[in-house]
Ligand binder design. Structure first.
Ligand SMILES: Cc1cc2nc3c(=O)[nH]c(=O)nc-3n(C[C@H](O)[C@H](O)[C@H](O)COP(=O)(O)OP(=O)(O)OC[C@H]3O[C@@H](n4cnc5c(N)ncnc54)[C@H](O)[C@@H]3O)c2cc1C
Length: 301
């Protein structure tokens, strides 16, 4: 992968817009700034998945607990509707046993409920799919404000959509992980068509659809063709740092028919190695970014 050629400090320097910073405070500041005009919502994510040591699990858990407590402070984010949510990756909470990860996530969901903070369980690669959907739906049925993520590249996408109950939040993405050809499509156009199909199905089934893509043509189709069915159950989500300011403003203003909320995914690191790994994944996904970094590196020499 091209991104492996770029030294870690340079990855962090050039890709800085993608990460809020290297402390919880930096993430909270970023969320507060996004809420100033044009009122972008946010979901905060600690970079630290695929851990190998127990201490790292404990550290991730402690950071999320502090984060949820800080978000629940009314002075900072008094408006419940505008309060940032948190996003968690199950592999950040285990060195192997998947069930153990979801036990810890249940604890976080309890804390989040007490502080009136929404929680989303991100979707990782396919060994996690079944349990993530099952546990997220179970938490939702138990009365927690818990949502999850479905990936349209997976051939099981229709069954996954059918598993989401009315009222639950569900983020729809194409999926970032390269999955085996037997279980997923590699055709991006197909992924995008499935994304729209899932959004239609889920809106009709009463779910709250968080439509997450940077493909402006697809976002526009979602906003024009599908969101008017139930605009109060629609939101568009994008990653911090991907330059999409113009369309975000247009969505907020209702330029495509109905005004839609926009939420940015705001990752923050505590350990720089975790942030570097995240940024490398972004570079692999968008090789032009890796090329820009390499070009800048060459110019400095
Ligand atoms: C809010 C949010 C949460 C997500 N959560 C998950 C998750 O839980 N699990 C999961 O598997 N995936 C997740 N993803 C990633 C997602 O699955 C895609 O990999 C990613 O969004 C890129 O696909 P795209 O739909 O934007 O389309 P693409 O066709 O990849 O991109 C559309 C356009 O946007 C540009 N673009 C896309 N990404 C970037 C980038 N990082 N930097 C610069 N330009 C870019 C492309 O160059 C292209 O022009 C999430 C994405 C978002 C926006």
């Amino acid at each position: 992968m091209l991104s492996r050629l770029v030294p870690a400090p340079l990855v962090r320097l050039f890709a800085r817009p993608y990460v809020a910073g290297y402390s919880m405070e930096a993430a909270l500041t970023s969320a507060a700034e996004l809420l100033e005009a044009p009122r972008l919502l946010s979901t905060l994510d600690l970079l630290g998945e695929h851990v190998t040591e127990r201490e790292q699990v404990d550290a991730n858990l402690a950071t999320y607990e502090r984060l949820i407590d800080a978000l629940g402070e009314r002075a900072r984010f008094p408006d419940r509707a505008a309060r940032p949510t948190v996003s968690v990756k199950p592999s950040a909470f285990t060195t192997g046993d998947q069930r153990a990860a979801f036990e810890l996530i249940r604890g976080l969901a309890e804390r989040a409920r007490a502080r009136e903070v929404g929680l989303t369980i991100d979707m990782e690669d396919h060994p996690w799919t079944d349990m993530t959907i099952e546990r997220a739906v179970a938490l939702f049925h138990d009365g927690f404000d818990v949502g999850t993520v479905l990936q349209s590249r997976l051939n099981r996408y229709r069954e996954d959509a059918a598993a989401i109950p009315a009222g639950m939040r569900v983020r729809l993405v194409i999926g970032i992980y390269r999955e085996p050809a037997e279980i997923a499509t590699t055709d991006k156009r197909e992924m995008k068509a499935r994304l729209l199909e899932m959004a239609a199905t889920l809106l009709d089934a009463g779910a709250f659809v968080e439509f997450a893509t940077h493909d402006e043509a697809i976002v526009e189709r979602f906003a024009r063709e599908l969101a008017p069915r139930a605009a109060e159950r629609c939101e568009v989500q994008m990653l911090l740092g991907v330059p999409r300011g113009a369309i975000q403003e247009r969505l907020l203003q209702g330029a495509f028919g109905v005004p839609l909320p926009v939420r940015l995914y705001v990752p923050f690191g505590i350990r720089k190695a975790d942030a570097t790994a995240y940024l490398r994944r972004r570079m692999d996904e968008n090789p032009r970014m890796a090329l820009d970094v390499l070009r800048n590196l060459a110019r400095r020499r």
